[in-house]
Every structure is written in structure tokens, then in C-alpha cells.
Design a protein around this ligand. Structure first.
Ligand SMILES: [Zn+2]
Ligand SMILES: [Zn+2]
Length: 138
């Protein structure tokens, strides 16, 4: 579990490797949040707090999440998945609000790995639930 990919230079700017298929992840600035997204399978890596921020910015989740990427079948599950930042083994946890979405959380840096489409799913349901709550109140 050594940090073999850590080169010691500017931590935040270093390209991460997708824990699912080993490809380099592309960085993209969305609403002030710098996300990492795999160009191969669309897996998203969000550092601690970034997911919450993206979900509060209108339209950010749809831009960050490519939705169905390619044919959507290219994801190879490798069993244990490791944090692209520090190599800790990620823990799968159902989202507290939406248990059908399985998030992979790093116990060390609190980053979150989301499969392609999951962020969009979270944001759409979040919106729908908010609207439903509003309607119930009136
Ligand atoms: Zn990938
Ligand atoms: Zn980590």
C-alpha cells in the first residue's frame, strides 16, 4: 500500500489514475470545484467536500458527470478499489439519503469515488425530493 504514484510535486495538480481501469483522469473546473474524471470509464473522483459542493450548484452535477459514458459497459470491477490519492482501500457505503447509490469512500482522505452516472442520479433525486418536500409543505 505504498504511495508508488506519489512523485512529491504539487499534490493537487498531479493527474490521478482511475482506480477502476488504471487510465489517467482528466481534471475539470466546474463551478469552482476541480474534479477528476476518467476519460475511459467516466468514473469520478471527488475530494472531501466536493460532492456536497457540486450538488448545491445548479447544473454542476450534469456537467461533471458524463452520464452514460461510451457504451457504459467498459467498467471492470477489480474487487478492492484503492484511493487514487493515498492508496487506502475504499469502503463501499450506500448514500445515506439514496441507498441505491453506492459510494466508495476513502477512510483516510474522505474522498469519494462515484461510478459514471451516480452523481447525476444523486443530483436529480435530490432536486426531486426537494420539490416533493416543498409541495408537501404548501
Ligand atoms: Zn476509468
Ligand atoms: Zn484517500
Amino acid at each position: 500500500m505504498a504511495d508508488a504514484t506519489q512523485t512529491g510535486t504539487s499534490h493537487g495538480e498531479r493527474k490521478l489514475r482511475c482506480p477502476r481501469d488504471g487510465r489517467l483522469m482528466e481534471k475539470e473546473q466546474i463551478g469552482g470545484v476541480l474534479i477528476d474524471r476518467c476519460a475511459g470509464c467516466g468514473t469520478l473522483w471527488l475530494d472531501a467536500g466536493e460532492m456536497e459542493r457540486l450538488l448545491t450548484i445548479k447544473g454542476a452535477a450534469a456537467r461533471a458527470d458524463a452520464g452514460r459514458f461510451g457504451d457504459g459497459t467498459g467498467i471492470t470491477m477489480l474487487g478492492a478499489t484503492h484511493c487514487p490519492r493515498d492508496g487506502a482501500e475504499l469502503i463501499d457505503r450506500p448514500d445515506p439519503g439514496q441507498p441505491h447509490v453506492l459510494e466508495s469512500i476513502c477512510p483516510r482522505c474522505r474522498g469519494v469515488l462515484l461510478d459514471c452516472g451516480e452523481l447525476k442520479d444523486l443530483s436529480e433525486r435530490t432536486l426531486r425530493e426537494r420539490v416533493a418536500a416543498l409541495l408537501r409543505r404548501s
